[in-house]
Each structure stands twice: as C-alpha cells, then as structure tokens.
Design a protein around this ligand. Structure first.
Ligand code: M6R
Length: 585
C-alpha cells in the first residue's frame, strides 16, 4: 500500500525520488506525487495513475531541490484523482505531508481547522496533518516538537514524512502502527516505507521503532518516543539477499518467483534446525495454538494446522487475522499465536498480534520480508529467506511457509527428503508447456472451480485465489465433500473444474466428486500423478509422499493462473486494485 520516500541530500534529488517511487510500485497504488523545496518554496507535482504519468508531468514541469518527499497513494479516503494524490500542502504553502495509514479522527480535526479558517482542497484524511503542522510551526516550535504535538492530536495509524520550507535541511518522520525506516547514505538520509526505497543506493538502514518521532538531517538522526523520550537506534547493514530485485530473463517477476521455488524450499527446509526445534517445543508446550494470517498465508496456515495435527497430535485453529476479535477471549498466557505474514506488515495480522501480546500470548512469527514489524513483535521468529517477492501474488512465500510447517511438524526429515522435495518441485515446473495449453482452454471461461479434499482443499483455495488476482476470473476453491451441499448447482455444460487429485488417501472420493461434475457437463482438468479416463485434460505432477503433494501441486496451479492471466493481458506483477502489503484495515 502507500509508498513513502523522503530525502534530505546535498544534491538535486528529484530523479532519486522518482526512482524510489518506481521501486515501491510493487506495493500497489493508484496515484503518485512529489514535492521538493525549490528556490525556498515547496513545489508539488502529482498525478492520478502511474509513476510513469508522474514522470511525464515532471518532465514538462520539473521541480528540483535537495529536500523532498514522494509518495504512491492507494486510495482510502477520497477518490483517485490528482487532487487527492499526496503530498498535501498547508494553506501557507510552507508544509507538505505524505502519509501511509488512516487518520481516524480526521473529520473532527477538519471541522475545527475549518472553523479556524483553514481551506481544504482534497477529500483525504491526510490533509489535516498539513494544516495542523502549519499551526504548530507558526507558534515557533521546531520539527521535533511539532511531531510530538501532532502525535497527541492524531488517532489512527500512520507513517508520516513532513517537510517545512523553514527547515530546509531536515525532515520530520513519525510512525504509529505503520512501517517507516531511514536509509543512511554518505551525506544524505532517506525515509522510506520499505528498504526497496533506497536499497539500490545505500545498504545502511535504521528500522525506526514503532511509536516514534524522528528528525533526519543529512548526517544526523534524532529519534524520540511519542512521549518525547530520546530513543537509541541501530544502523544495520542490510543483508545481501535483500539486494535489488532483478527479473533475470523472465517476462514477469511473478514467473521468476514461481521458478525460484525449488531453491526457496530447499533454503527454508535446511535452515537453522535449532530455530525449528525451538518453534516445535513452544508449540508442544502451548495450552492453545492459533495461526493468524490473511490471504495465501492463511491457506498455508491451514496446511500448518493439518501437519501439526497429523505429526504432532496437536490441535490448533486458523484464524483470519481480520476476524481475530471473535476469538480474542481465548487469548491468554498459555496461548501461542503463530503469526504468518510474507510482508510482516499486514495490518490485520499486526493488530491480532498486538491484542495477543496484551493478553500475554507468546508470538511465533513467520515472515519473509525481514526486518519487518512482525519480526520485531515476535518472541520467536523464523525468516523464510525466500528472497524478495515482488509480484503481488504470493508464490514462493506460500510454498516456503508450507515447507516450514512441514519441517516443524515432522522432526524426522533428513537432507535426502528435503532434496527429493526440491527435485519434485522442479519436475512440476517442467509441466509448464502442458499448463500453457490448458490455460488456452479455460481463458474464456466465466467461472472456474478448484476442488480438493484434506491437504488438497487449502490448495484449491489457493489455486482459486491465484486465478482471481492474476487473471481477474471468477474462481472458487471448494472442499470436494461440500460439492453436493450447494456448489454442484453452479456446474453447467463447459464449466471447467480443476480436480486436485494426488494418489493420497483422498484420491478415490475426489474422483467420484469429479465424475459427478462431469456427468453435469463440467470439463474435468485433473492435477494428479496418473491420468484417469474421466479427465478431459490432465496436468501431470510427480509421484511423491502424501505430505509433499501440497508443494508439488501449488506450482502448476500458480502457472495456470499466470498463463491464463498472460493470455488475458492482465497486469500480472501488479494486479489492479491490489497491494503487496496491506497496511490498512
Ligand atoms: O504479507 P502477508 O502474507 O501478510 O499478506 C497476506 C495477503 O495479503 C496475501 O497473501 C495476498 O492474499 C496475496 N496477494 C495472495 O497472492
């Protein structure tokens, strides 16, 4: 969601600001803007639409300067148009603000600012921050004091970067429940919501703690708690593996990331056995276990629940993070929350974790994007180390999560087994041509169904989610046994149904369900190690142990969604309306 860049430098920074925004595009956005202090005045260029559109506008009306802020907006309050794009400027033109999050009390603040004579130009919640800052600065406060006063007035969640023309060598940064970090360069500092905002230029970063106000200068950073107490911070060297993402020879990041899975699965399954043992021990000792996650991480957690049940005899529950409140009464000291999030920044997951921590739960975090808020909030954390996932659709992070849960649940896995899983995933990838031809058959369908039982049910949900978000086709994942309880009524002549049907204990029942669909005119696409007379089309997957099937099945489902989306010319790496990290509720 919204991407933030703020930079204080010794040279003209406008090209860096626009480049920084390009690197944050993957987060998802619908408009972009930049402001610099140009000849002592704040000048803004902003546009609804892409960063390319902003760059075009910038070329015809360039702004320059050594101090500036830039933003990609994912609309929450107010429509997608040039005026609502950030930055937002105060009435006196001396303050410009960019924001990720939601100011929940903006309506009250706006009414009282209006009564005092402030004119609002946008429909956004953010604009109040510009006007409030103007008032505070007029009273003679410095930037740090301004931030501390703002923190007392604002309710909601925010990462904010604020510039003021009377402070030409400083930026104010504030964070409360939204990510914000500082890239530390040679004679410059960069605020960003994500390391990608600066990683091409500096590998030194400060991960600002939550609930902090900070003022960055070229060679200095001051950090305080929202209450005004000085806070220490560490400058960390970003690991090499976070390096600049590169598409290599793939047409899209999503395809590259699908192809990286034999390696990413190997990495997570061979990583620090001590950490896995610690995770396992904490689960064994727990009074109650909840997985908390959203989207694909939720589907992976459903598999985690099955592995824990089958291999460790442990009962757990999987909660959609956005629904945690219905279960909060069970959060207590003996409870373990397994918080699963690729980005480690999903607002709903962080909220559930915060609620859990308040009630004394232990937090076991599973993240890919590290460092992240979830990593810092967890008592024990496993980093998936799948590498940067740029495509908005989760692919390699999903299989790494599943592989991790299997490794935690099954303590007898050895290197031979791990290597055989990785090889089997490569074999699944080798089916790409067959998958492509099936994509041609289904691309014109209006509905596509995915069916599976047991461990194949979360895969059916995941396959449908990939189809929806990549190809924009209506798709549903159905538990095979539920078919007759309603969904069968949807089947008509030509409806494609992806039957996830490995040779595990679910095979025979699932085939019967498939035949029921076929008898009603449905087109059966089997995903299985062996073909069957009932299949109209067939995607072969390697024959593996039942526990390994989720990993080898995930790959053709991802490829199917990818190639269908490609035929339909969808925006694969950045599907419409979606964001890579969902940092608002
Ligand atoms: O970063 P997280 O794993 O917390 O993200 C959760 C979901 O937003 C995410 O899985 C989303 O559903 C993906 N776009 C699915 O491909």
């Amino acid at each position: 969601m919204c991407g933030i860049i703020g930079r204080v430098d010794y040279r003209d920074i406008s090209p860096n600001l626009i480049e920084g925004l390009r690197r944050l595009e993957y987060r998802g956005y619908d408009s972009a803007g930049i402001a610099t202090l140009d000849g002592g005045k704040i000048r803004v260029v902003k546009r609804a639409g892409t960063v390319d559109r902003l760059a075009e506008a910038f070329r015809s009306s360039p702004v320059r300067g050594t101090l500036g802020i830039a933003h990609t907006r994912w609309a929450t309050h107010g429509g997608v148009n040039d005026i609502n794009a950030h930055p937002h400027v105060s009435c006196d033109g001396k303050v410009a603000v960019i924001h990720n999050g939601i100011i929940e009390n903006f309506a009250e603040l706006k009414s009282s600012l209006r009564r005092e004579g402030h004119d609002f130009v946008s429909e956004t919640d953010t604009e109040v921050v510009a006007h409030l800052s103007e008032d505070i600065l007029r009273e003679g406060d410095d930037l740090m004091q301004t931030g501390l006063k703002l923190a007392k007035m604002l309710k909601g969640q925010y990462a904010l970067v604020i510039m003021n023309s009377d402070n030409p060598e400083r930026l104010l940064g504030m964070r409360h429940n939204a990510p914000l970090m500082v890239g530390v360069g040679r004679n410059y500092s960069v605020y960003a919501s994500d390391v990608l905002g600066f990683i091409d230029e500096t590998k030194r970063a400060v991960f600002l703690e939550d609930d902090t106000v900070s003022v960055a200068e070229r060679n200095h950073l001051e950090v305080r708690s929202l209450g005004g107490l000085p806070r220490d911070y560490k400058v960390v060297d970003l690991a090499e593996e976070l390096g600049s993402p590169d598409k290599k020879n793939f047409e899209h990041f999503t395809l590259k990331e699908i192809h990286e899975q034999p390696g990413s699965i190997l990495r997570i399954m061979k990583q620090d056995p001590g950490k896995v043992t610690l995770f396992r021990k904490q689960l064994e000792e727990a009074k109650r276990i909840f997985f908390v996650a959203a989207g694909s991480s939720y589907h992976a957690s459903m598999l985690g629940k099955i592995y824990l049940s089958e291999h460790m005899g442990l009962y757990s529950d999987v909660i959609l993070a956005s629904e945690y409140r219905s279960y909060e009464r069970w959060f207590d000291e003996g409870t373990v929350l397994v918080a699963v999030s690729q980005s480690g920044e999903t607002m709903d997951v962080l909220e559930a974790v915060r609620a859990g921590k308040e009630k004394g739960c232990s937090i076991l975090g599973v993240v890919n994007h590290a460092p992240s808020s979830l990593e810092r909030m967890s008592d024990t954390v496993v980093n998936l180390r799948a590498g940067q996932e740029v495509g908005v659709a989760a692919t390699k992070s999903f299989t790494s999560q599943v592989a991790l849960f299997y490794s935690i649940a099954n303590k007898d896995i050895d290197d031979l087994e791990v290597e055989s899983i990785s090889r089997a995933v490569s074999d699944s990838l080798a089916q790409e041509e067959a998958v492509k031809s099936i994509a041609r058959e289904i691309a014109s369908s209006k509905d596509i169904y995915f069916l599976g039982r047991g461990k194949n049910f979360p895969l059916a949900l995941e396959g449908a989610l990939k189809m929806k978000e990549l190809a924009y086709l209506h798709a549903e994942g159905i538990a095979a046994g539920e078919l007759k309880h309603g969904p069968l009524a949807l089947i008509e002549k030509g409806t494609p149904l992806i039957l996830i049907n490995p040779d595990d204990e679910t095979h025979d029942d699932t085939i019967s369900n498939g035949m029921e669909v076929k008898a009603r005119g449905g087109v059966l696409i089997g995903v299985a190690p062996d073909t069957h007379g009932g299949y109209d089309y067939f995607i072969r997957i390697p024959k593996v142990l039942p526990d390994h099937y989720p990993l080898v099945v995930a790959v053709p489902l991802q490829l199917l969604a990818y190639h269908t989306a490609r035929l339909l010319r969808a925006n694969i790496d950045k599907p419409r309306n979606l964001a890579k990290s969902v940092t608002v509720k």
